[in-house]
Design a protein around this ligand. Structure first.
Ligand SMILES: Cc1cc2nc3c(=O)[nH]c(=O)nc-3n(C[C@H](O)[C@H](O)[C@H](O)COP(=O)(O)OP(=O)(O)OC[C@H]3O[C@@H](n4cnc5c(N)ncnc54)[C@H](O)[C@@H]3O)c2cc1C
Length: 346
């Protein structure tokens, strides 16, 4: 049984195609084309780390710097990756971490409390210093937000991943990047990877001016801060996306509250943006704990299928060009659901 190489998104075996889902994906299956089975690869064990320091980033947002020898071999090949964080529960100093079973699902040691598992963006990794930053919103509603509010140097946690990641569309004429506080860390990683001359429209919805933060924008980018105040999260962002004047050939990346993401996705599709150039992700959902991180807001595919069922040619002509996108979305969903076996088994 082989293990992952140091590049988490790189080929498992020389010459094999890169796996977009990175090391959060379970063991590989049969060889493409039905040949001899490839050696199965395993996910690396969750990395046990400690908090090195906590620094304020904006009102109610902190940068938590993690470190430890277990970061050896960690890498972030793409922007907007995500990691799972495993947090200790009451009475624990260190979280319980799973081993991966043969099906790629986590197996927790019997009789030990399950950790809190949540999804965050690895904002910065410095392999020389052995440091990994995550930027966390301090909200009192959930255990991860509360953990971040009390995080101190020396605190223990574990991480798995990275997985996911955004493939920046290099041929896009313009980029729309839209996010709330939870999506801004990933948005910043995308800004860092865009060509300096790229035209970029950034729409950033935050509670108020106290939550502005530095973003690595090039001169050609325009950044608009939107203050939701007491409005429902994501409403203002959706209105602003609808009002934005976007050149033909714009690629859009959006991450915010899940209901708002759906609305924004429909708007972008309605405004004529190429479906393959739209990447949307629900990062959390109002009223739902640990909202699934496989939420791409792509319910529109199912909507089209439902509303058009039986209307043969129109449906076929609509879905035809979408089929590869739908298959790819389904693959991502399946991978993410396997990743989330940890939660299912809680
Ligand atoms: C791919 C991905 C990357 C992410 N990256 C980041 C990141 O870099 N930084 C970051 O801060 N978050 C990030 N998030 C969002 C984060 O995972 C969620 O906010 C998560 O729900 C927080 O867990 P919790 O234990 O604090 O709250 P939960 O237990 O999940 O939720 C408890 C309650 O709090 C509410 N809640 C959750 N999040 C918020 C919020 N942001 N504002 C207001 N209420 C909320 C829920 O609606 C629920 O009612 C990311 C999510 C995904 C899917």
């Amino acid at each position: 049984m082989s293990t992952f190489k140091s590049d988490p998104a790189g080929p498992a075996t020389p010459g094999a195609p890169a796996d977009r889902s990175g090391p959060l994906s379970p063991a590989a299956g049969a060889a493409p084309g039905g040949g001899a089975p490839q050696p199965r690869r395993t996910r690396p064990a969750p990395r046990r780390l400690q908090v090195v320091r906590v620094a304020p980033l904006a009102d109610d947002m902190v940068t938590v710097t993690l470190g430890g020898p277990a970061l050896a071999g960690f890498a972030l090949p793409r922007p907007a990756h995500h990691i799972k964080i495993f947090l200790p529960v009451d009475g624990q100093r260190e979280p319980t971490v799973p081993a991966w079973g043969p099906d790629g699902r986590p197996v927790f040691p019997a009789g030990q409390p399950r950790p809190v598992v949540r999804t965050y963006t690895p904002r910065r990794f410095d392999p020389d210093a052995g440091e990994l930053d995550i930027e966390m919103l301090l909200h009192a509603g959930g255990p991860a937000g509360r953990w971040a509010a009390g995080a101190r140097p020396g605190d223990h946690l574990a991480i798995a991943g990275p997985g996911g990641g955004y493939e920046v569309p290099t041929g896009a004429a313009h980029h729309l990047l839209a996010a709330d506080e939870t999506g801004l860390p990933a948005l910043a990683t995308i800004l860092e990877r865009l060509p300096a001359a790229a035209g970029v429209t950034v729409l950033a919805e935050v509670r108020d001016a106290g939550r502005h933060r530095d973003l690595p924008v090039a001169p050609a980018a325009t950044v608009t801060w939107l203050h939701r105040g007491t409005r429902v999260a994501g409403e203002l962002l959706a209105e602003s996306v609808a009002a934005a004047v976007l050149p033909a050939g714009t690629a859009a990346w959006v991450a915010c509250e899940a209901s708002a993401v759906r609305r924004i996705r429909r708007q972008l599709l309605g405004s004529g943006l190429d479906r393959g150039q739209i990447s949307t992700r629900g990062y959390w959902r109002l009223g739902a704990a640990d909202h699934p991180d496989h939420d791409f807001g792509e319910a529109d595919l199912a909507d089209i299928a439902r509303s058009g069922g039986g209307r043969g040619s129109r449906l076929r002509s609509t879905l035809g060009p979408l089929s590869s996108r739908a298959r790819s979305a389904a693959r991502e969903v399946r991978a993410a659901m396997r990743d989330r076996g940890d939660d299912r088994s809680r």
